[in-house]
Structures are given as C-alpha cells and as structure tokens.
Design a protein around this ligand. Structure first.
Ligand code: SF4
Ligand code: SF4
Length: 322
C-alpha cells in the first residue's frame, strides 16, 4: 500500500498545513561528523551552506510572519555555518524561541570554544543527539570517540546551567534506534536515560525525544547493506497509526533549505520533494503563502505515523493513547 492509499482508506484526502508555528531552517550539509544513519548525508566534505544574503532574507520574512513562534535551526552541524549566530540573534530580537539542533561534539571543535556561552547568553533551547547512554552504541552509529566527547559537551552545558532543575536553559536529548526497529516508548526510555546519565556521569537534562529513523539517504543505504530495507518499510507501514495524522510536524511547520527553497519538512527537503507550487523565499513577502496549503506526501511519511508517531519534537502521541 502507498501512503496516499492508506490515507484514503482512513478517510483522508491528503493533508493540509493548519498553521505556521515553527520555521525550520536547514543552513546546510556541512558537519564535523558523518553518522551512519544521517538522513541529510552530512559530513565534513559537503559544501552546501546558506549564504549571508539568504540568511538575511529568512530574517526579513520571519519579521513579516509574526505567527511563527519558534525558529528551529538544523543542518549538518548548523553552528558551523558562518551565518548561524546572526540567524540566532536576529530571531531572538524578533522574540522567537530558538532551537539549535546540536550534535554536541561541535561544542568542542577548535575555534568554537565560545559557542556554548553564546547559546547560553541567547537563551537558545538545545536539542542534542545522543542515541544511547552507552559508548558502544553511540560510537557504532556516530563514529569512534563521539560518546566521550558528547559526555564532555553535556557536562559543559550543565556547568552553564543547561538542563538543571529550575533553569530556563532547556537541554533535551534525541534518541533514534541504532538498528532497524521502531522507537521504544518515550516516557520509559527517558526514565532510563535520566537514571543512567545521572548515576554514571552526573549529567542532567530535560526531556528525551524519540525519533524514528527515516528509510531515506544514508539510513536507507544502511538498510540495503544489512538486507532489511523491505522489512523495515513493512514494519513502518504495518504500524501505521491514524491517530498521529493530526500531529505530524508538517501540519504546523515550514522548512527552508540552505538555498532558500521551501519544503513541508526536513525529510522532504532531503528527498528534494518541494512544496506544491515550489515556493521559495525569493518569491514571497512572508511565509504566509504556505499556510493552508496541501502537503507533499510520499511513502517515507510512514516514518512519521508508525506506532506512537515521530517528529523533530519526538513521539507524537503518548504510548497510552496509541
Ligand atoms: S546525524 Fe547530525 S551529527 Fe550526524 S552527520 Fe548527520 S547532521 Fe551530522
Ligand atoms: S515526512 Fe512526516 S513531516 Fe514530512 S511530509 Fe511526511 S508526514 Fe509530514
């Protein structure tokens, strides 16, 4: 079954964007890591990177779209983009909540010694990848030594006040499965993460967000290599949960690419599936034309609707509600 036919079976004739609460900005594919599961296929050798002109245009449109509440900056490692700090500062001046999708190790890169302090001073909400609380699993997915450096970076953030009880400095972690499985229930896993990271390393954080791996790009190549591509796609399809459709992130988000094109989400961006109408920041005066529009769907959307559902904000439904 295709995603479109599955929707029809449940009485949905496609999906439309309800509102634009979040502007996700993908500033490019350059990263200091090259993880096995990366749906962006990011890495140190990539060259795609948002220019100053494009970043300025994004901020202009943001100013003209006051209904956007959150600016969610991603990459690659977004902090490596020379315009990252201007995007953060410009968004904060407009009183938007700013999220930095941080891989943690970038905080220890030479030349970025002041990055954590910059994020603290700007009150940026950090959402950081840590797919397990054990070194073996993290290093298997993200590269040798990444776990130890991630722990070092988390301690640095904790020292600055991030993730501490009563602090406004939000630090959330992201889990995604190391293998070809669905995510376990978010609440139970968060409990385990908190206990293990506190007992083993003295680390504190806010929430754990579980995100299903999309069978696209590098993760799709990995599935082919281990002979599980078909079974993983079947797993997502068999676990389709119509209760998640109201909450998939594309209903309330618009995603801008490093070159200024608009997409319905970061996954569509990586698959080069543009918004219907092929919207671009150069052809609009605000992000409003994207509101109410049909969403470009595909079979990869089963990745957002399987089980308890998945989005950049983690599980969509509580496990009890699925
Ligand atoms: S998953 Fe994140 S940290 Fe890893 S290569 Fe992709 S963008 Fe970089
Ligand atoms: S992949 Fe998910 S967020 Fe993107 S269009 Fe499909 S359902 Fe929406």
């Amino acid at each position: 079954m295709t995603f479109a036919s599955t929707l029809r079976q449940h009485g949905f004739d496609g999906l439309r964007r309800a509102s634009i609460e979040t502007l996700q900005v993908n500033v490019g594919k350059i990263c200091n890591q090259a993880c096995h599961h990366c749906h962006v296929e990011a890495g140190p050798k990539r060259i795609e990177s948002m220019t100053q002109e494009t970043a300025k245009r994004v901020l202009q449109l943001l100013q003209s779209t006051p209904e956007v509440q959150t600016v969610d900056i991603t990459g690659g490692a977004p902090e490596l983009n020379p315009n990252f700090r201007a995007l953060v500062q410009g968004s904060r001046v407009l009183q938007k909540r700013v999220i930095d999708r941080c891989n943690l190790t970038v905080l220890l890169e030479p030349g970025f010694e002041d990055l954590a302090e910059f994020l603290r001073a700007q009150g940026v909400h950090i959402i950081a990848s840590l797919p397990c609380y054990t070194a073996e699993n993290v290093d298997r997915q993200r590269g040798r030594g990444v776990f130890d450096r991630s722990i070092q970076a988390l301690r640095l953030l904790n020292r600055l006040g991030y993730g501490q009880a009563g602090s406004d400095l939000r630090l959330d972690l992201v889990f995604n499965p190391v293998g070809a499985t669905l995510c376990p229930p978010q609440e139970a896993l968060e409990f385990d993460y908190k206990r293990r990271l506190r007992e083993d390393f003295g680390i504190e954080f806010g929430r754990l967000l579980t995100i299903t791996n999309m069978p696209i790009r590098r993760f799709s190549d990995y599935l082919v290599r281990i002979g599980k591509e078909e079974s993983y796609r079947n797993l997502l399809e068999d676990n389709f949960n119509p209760a998640t459709l109201e909450y998939v992130m594309c209903r309330r988000l618009i995603s801008v690419s490093w070159d200024g094109r608009l997409y319905d989400c970061d996954f569509n961006q990586m698959l080069e599936l543009p918004t219907p109408g092929r919207l671009s920041i150069w052809d609009m005066d605000s992000f409003r034309p994207a509101a109410g529009k049909a969403i470009q769907l595909g079979d990869h959307c089963f990745g957002c609707t399987a089980g308890a559902g998945s989005s950049c904000g983690g599980q969509l439904r509580s496990s009890a509600a699925t």
